[in-house]
Design a protein around this ligand. Sequence first.
Ligand code: ACM
Length: 626
Amino acid sequence: MIKKLSFFALIFVCTMTYGQESAINLIPQPAEIQKTGGSFQLSSSSKISYSNQECRKIAELMAAKLKTATGFSIKSEQNTSGSIQLNLNKGPVEKLGREGYSFVSSSKGVVISANEPAGLFYGAQTLLQLLPPEIESKSAVKIKWTLPCVKITDYPRFSWRGMMLDVSRNFFTKEEVMQYIDQISRFKYNTLHLHLTDDNGWRIEIKSLPKLTEVGAWRVPRAGHFGERSDPKPGEKATVGGFYTQEDMKEIIRYAQDRFVTIIPEIETPGHSLAAVASYPELSCTKNPDAKVNPGTPFSEWYGNGTFKMLVDNTLNPSDEKVYQFLDKVFTELAAIFPAQYIHVGGDECYKGYWLQDEGCQALMKKLNIRHVEDLQGYFMNRIESILKAKGKKLLGWDEILEGGISPDATLMSWRSLQGGIEASRMGHDVIMSPLQYCYIDYQQGDQTIEPPLYAGLRMNTCYSFEPVPEGAVAKHILGGQANLWTEQVPTFRHAEYMTWPRGWALAEVLWSPKESKEWTGFVKRAEKQFDRDDLAGINHSLAVYDAIITVARTAGKMTVNMDTEMPGLEIFYTIDDTMPDSKTMKYSGPVVLPEGPVTLRVITYRNGKPLGHLITLDPQELAKR
Ligand code: ACM
């Protein structure tokens, strides 16, 4: 503990001494960092060297990035004499593990060393963040390219640092997926889970099942809020969608490998399978020849306690051998493309109502001596696991797979709560924590009157407070965590960026940095600097962190309004008289009891005399709702 204290005291002193000179705003925060004074200046004669051929690609990627922004023709070559050196350690340094690195910058240059290439890649990301924000420019900028002299020893807290992109609800092009890989790898994420299939589109070519992409990848064009759209009309052409050919996917995988990102494919089973069922209706119990890929219609009913009904059969039939033959074909082709050890097979939100009415399912339940239809999912999942094992792959599924009974080798992604993950880890399963309360970045990030509509909210400071190993969990079974971007309401890549950043930075730090160094105020200040870098890179992000957080309490028939902000150091100004708020109107200093009458509350935040964030207007109806 004393050691730890003195380490933090050292950082504090260094920050005090050198803070003015060149602030360090790394995300995620390294395990250990020490400023040593002075700086290194990049010049047209700077060279990148790499010690081993396996590191060539990392050096080339870095050289390309440096060249674009600086205009210097920075070369990379295999030796150990460059002013920026990427060196593999001759013998392993235990502390650094597979992904850690050490980074030493002096006035002469930078030496990054690691046990494995992944560590050098992460060291290179740190180097880029230590350079001025203009390093993100798309064209050459004439400035002094200095970085501070530091000693860093860095390694991740978790081996699974994941991001999920749902490419079924909305299709993103190969190039967009690559951009996303680029963006996440800069914050040391190492896993991209692609949700490739669902009710709204099948996105990966399966050569032996051509209808999956001829039919399943396309839906009728509809605008408007997803979940409220109209049904396909008879004979209407399905023109919206797309898919990745196997060659596209191999390209994506190679691109990701160069950035040390593992692509995890997800094929949703046995529920959420309408795109497959529309392609091959015989896969479902109801075998409806008119089943259509869903364009975002209200085809399910949710009863608020986790129970629901699917008004359209979107479920594979667990009693039909043809379904297992179908899945065998799908997983055979996937296993040949994806090098990851895992294939994600979904398993969430499977409606069993059609199974209950199906003669084949009834007969199977009798044969297996199963009393509850829910347990049929366990049978189904175990069959799938055998298929995957035969292809050398491990099964990964959403936490519902635990309910029907599953082998201890199965890995769970705990999405409904932390508790599911805690229990699974205690049963000996490996677990990836991605509970919706902290990790669902499709949720609104600011006031619900400002953000595009969604049924839930998740602010960046809640993401930052995520602890992937909660009390009661068996730590060795928690592989890490994951942010999930579902895309029902994400129709463009630009909006995918908006939803991902800055919350993706918060979760990157949760998953990489030591638990002990977590500190919101310091983090959010570093995040502010990252906004500037994004602007130069043309990457979108939400600024909701600057908005006021407004809550309403009711006592003795009076409404009391409380206001706060996620970003420290902001002033909140407001009006309740139907005028526009600014820094000369009322300043919030404590709970405000609203007077009688149909009051409209208008709120805006300021810092240093400048307005920040959005104007929030809560009319009497909105106030009454809160
Ligand atoms: C999920 O969000 N249904 C995994």
